[in-house]
Design a protein. Structure first.
Length: 358
């Protein structure tokens, strides 16, 4: 039996070097005779995770498959080996067949309403009562996740507003859970959050409108938060572009931006599970997971917990083991300890995906 041998500090298990072996793309914890040593020293980190990514999405909607491949390669080369694709207008199942690309957990297409989200991206429902059926359809087409648009600008009022009634949300999320799928939602403002949380939603994306009550509700229920901090940096520009036509909306977006670091810090302090997601696709380039990890550290996560939010903790949340016996050999190796200096994450010594070195 041939294989590969890696020796180093295996995170998050401790500080002493130990040995791992790889055979047929799987981790072995017992010696494999004849294995070739490819790493001797450094820090072995379970493959990084981008928990909010849009492979297949460009600035004008769906891109073609070759461009989607290029997006995924940018993520892989930054150490991202597992992607929760948080809604895409492109059917990315062909990418899942590529052994050289990150694993992709698809959420199907965003579910929105007419003129209540970005054009050409989501499935738009004229009648909100069709939401449960649309959720069932996306759950069947995805990989255990469904993505809702929870709020967006309502042109009749000139400000952010919820898209769905509470009773419709409750039925739709029940349908998803019966199909063994989890549900997440894009939410900028605060008004949509109580209904989503009461309906049992599993995750909130962005969460800039969280307050003490909704943070407490998320912490109690264990509802996850993916704050996409590097994307929130676009809020001032979004506000400027809409200020002339929708001044109330622009002022609201500026307010959400101004308080966001304190908002996410409060969620962290309250014990809300927080995971790293870049929102790459469209306005954010791919391959920026380290920027998001650094941003999460800046608002309150320790360096180790910020790394965990994009590695072993995120993998556990998504149902993927880390570097344990029989797990997929998805590992990124660094010369120095990224728990001490997150900048080490920008310089991977080795990227191994499915037991193959890239």
């Amino acid at each position: 039996m041939t294989g590969l041998h890696l020796r180093g500090v295996v995170l998050p298990d401790g500080d002493e070097p130990r040995d791992l072996w790889v055979v047929n793309g799987r981790v072995r914890t017992r010696p494999v005779p004849g294995a070739r040593t490819v790493v001797d020293g450094g820090y072995l980190v379970p493959g990084l995770v981008d928990a909010h990514c849009h492979v297949g999405l460009g600035s004008h909607g769906a891109v073609d498959l070759p461009e989607a491949v290029d997006q995924a390669l940018l993520d892989r080369d930054a150490g991202t080996l597992l992607i929760r694709d948080c809604g895409s207008p492109l059917d990315t199942r062909p990418l899942q067949e590529r052994l050289d690309l990150p694993r992709i957990i698809r959420a199907g297409r965003h579910i929105a309403r007419p003129k209540r989200y970005i054009k050409y991206i989501g499935v738009e429902l004229e009648d909100e009562r069709d939401l449960p059926a649309a959720v069932a359809e996306q759950a069947a087409q995805g990989d255990g996740w469904v993505k809702l648009v929870g709020d967006w600008i309502d042109r009749s009022t000139g400000d952010l507003a919820p898209l769905w009634s509470d009773d419709v949300l409750a039925e739709a999320i029940k349908v998803a859970h019966e199909a063994k799928a989890r549900v997440t939602a894009h939410v900028f403002g605060g008004e949509a959050l109580p209904g989503l949380l009461a309906a049992g939603i599993d995750c909130i994306e962005h969460g800039t409108g969280l307050d003490d009550d909704t943070i407490a509700a998320m912490a109690t229920a264990g509802t996850a938060l993916v704050p996409t901090l590097i994307n929130i940096e676009n809020f001032p520009g979004i506000a400027d572009s809409g200020a002339a036509k929708f001044p109330k909306y622009a002022a609201h977006m500026r307010h959400l931006y101004a308080r966001n670091k304190a908002t996410i810090a409060s969620a962290i302090e309250a014990g809300v599970p927080v995971y790293a997601g870049t929102d790459a696709g469209g306005g954010i380039r791919h391959g920026r997971i380290v920027d998001e990890i650094a941003a999460l550290h800046a608002v309150g996560l320790s360096r180790e917990n910020a790394l965990a939010s994009a590695s072993w903790a995120a993998r556990e949340w998504l149902g993927f083991p880390s570097l344990t016996e029989g797990a997929a050999a998805d590992v990124v190796v660094y010369e120095t300890d990224p728990r001490v200096d997150l900048e080490a994450l920008r310089h991977p010594k080795l990227v191994m995906l499915r037991g193959r070195i890239h």
